[in-house]
Design a protein. Structure first.
Length: 184
């Protein structure tokens, strides 16, 4: 049991160091928080964090892990705790761009707490599997170029104005215990 605890602490220290280096490189301010509860149902995917308005947390702030991987946004705040909607949550939406020749813009949406996809990508733009999906920077509290994932399956329908791309996430949110809440 002691070995498992030490392994977890060692792993957390490595992840915290990755987050710290990323935040310093980008010159972002952040509040580190611990996940204290999880609500995962077929309809929502919410994490409760141990930081709140007393520590400067506000609704809409991005939550990252490791070296700038966006995993969600703050959805509600109280004095000492806040709740984060994971990007796979059914109500989650994030403005993104795909790292292709045209920098295709779209809206990343969660689907039943299980997956994410980018909608509203113009049909005439070339999108392929394996392209990075990044935050676009068009949302007030979310900086550009936070990694969301990689495009996977592209869905095009003849005669439609837009195409859709499913996104493979780079990290498993189920195992996240420590996060950083970015403040701009």
């Amino acid at each position: 049991m002691e070995n498992a605890r030490l392994d977890r602490q060692f792993s957390e220290a490595g992840l915290l160091n990755q987050e710290k280096l990323f935040l310093e490189e980008k010159n972002y301010s952040a509040v580190q928080a611990r996940v204290v509860a999880r609500s995962v149902t077929p309809y929502d995917n919410i994490l409760t964090l141990n930081r709140g308005s007393n520590e400067g947390v506000r609704v809409g702030q991005p939550v990252i892990v490791q070296d700038g991987i966006l995993i969600g946004k703050i959805s509600s705040v109280h004095a000492h705790i806040s709740q984060m909607s994971v990007i796979t949550d059914s109500v989650s939406q994030v403005a993104v761009r795909i790292q292709n020749e045209s920098g295709s813009l779209g809206i990343l949406k969660g689907s039943h707490g299980l997956s994410v996809h980018v909608e509203l990508i113009p049909q005439n733009e070339a999108v392929a599997s394996g392209q990075a999906v990044l935050t676009s920077g068009s949302e007030n509290l979310i900086p550009p170029d936070l990694l969301v994932g990689m495009t996977d399956v592209i869905s095009r329908t003849e005669g439609e104005l837009f195409q859709t791309a499913t996104v493979t996430l780079p990290t498993d949110v189920k195992n996240v215990s420590i996060v950083s809440i970015i403040s701009l």
